[in-house]
Design a protein around this ligand. Structure first.
Ligand SMILES: N[C@@H](CCC(=O)N[C@@H](CS)C(=O)NCC(=O)O)C(=O)O
Length: 219
């Protein structure tokens, strides 16, 4: 049985976008059962956890003695076991890999730069100055993605793990209207999120957080 390591609880701004969602969603699409291994934020810095995830991050999967981190590597490994996530033909497989990596390398960095400004440094003067440039650069990436997706349901002629990764990357902009206001990207993300496997994965991540909500200190 695959074990997925995820956080027990994270602050509300991160709930629903923590990266174990990618792995839960992929496993749901593939119909592969898994067990959660929930860790606290304090566990990130333990020597035992750093030994399996050098940066103290989630997710990690463990199966049959193999421990694996990095959502790109994990997703590709799961995809190869699922015709829902990975086309059977060699070219389709290669293009699925291409889109997983494009989501991570060509789109996510520009989104992360804006998230850094808006969520983590919102009140700092440098962030206010930097924001227009970060948005302009991100829009170049999003416009190119929208051009690719115009007239298509998915990045290729069917859903693949590439769409799964791209959708989870785009979700990090949920604090803006950059995706929802776009006539191509908004419906694309909604289409991906409407998949029952996504809904189940999201509900399971949120259920873990709800079950481990910190008890407020008495006043
Ligand atoms: N490149 C890594 C990034 C993992 C990552 O950023 N995980 C976040 C949660 S979404 C985390 O654990 N953050 C806590 C921390 O960095 O201390 C991957 O894709 O697996």
């Amino acid at each position: 049985m695959i074990t997925v390591t995820a956080f027990k609880w994270v602050p509300p701004f991160a709930q629903g976008v923590v990266r174990d969602l990618r792995v839960r969603w992929a496993l749901e699409e593939a119909g592969i059962p898994y067990e959660e291994k929930l860790i606290g934020l304090d566990d990130r810095d333990t020597a035992a956890y750093r030994a399996i995830q050098p940066w103290g991050q989630v997710p990690v999967i463990e199966e049959d003695g193999l421990t694996l981190f990095e959502t790109g590597a994990i997703l590709l490994r799961i995809a190869e076991r699922s015709p829902v996530l990975c086309p059977a033909d060699d070219a389709g497989h290669a293009r699925m890999t291409q889109w997983v990596l494009a989501a991570l390398n060509s789109v996510e960095p520009a989104i992360s730069a804006l998230v850094e400004i808006d969520i983590f440094h919102t009140d700092e003067p440098w962030a206010k100055e930097r924001r227009p440039g970060a948005v302009a650069f991100l829009k170049l990436k999003l416009d190119a993605l929208a051009k690719r997706l115009a007239g298509r349901e998915y990045l290729e002629d069917r859903f693949t793990a590439g769409d799964l990764m791209m959708a989870t990357v785009l979700r990090n902009l949920r604090h803006t209207d950059l995706i929802t206001a776009d006539p191509v990207l908004g419906p694309y993300l909604a289409r991906c999120e409407a998949r029952p496997a996504f809904q189940k994965a999201l509900a399971d991540q949120l259920a873990a957080f709800a079950a481990h909500e910190p008890v407020p200190e008495p006043a």
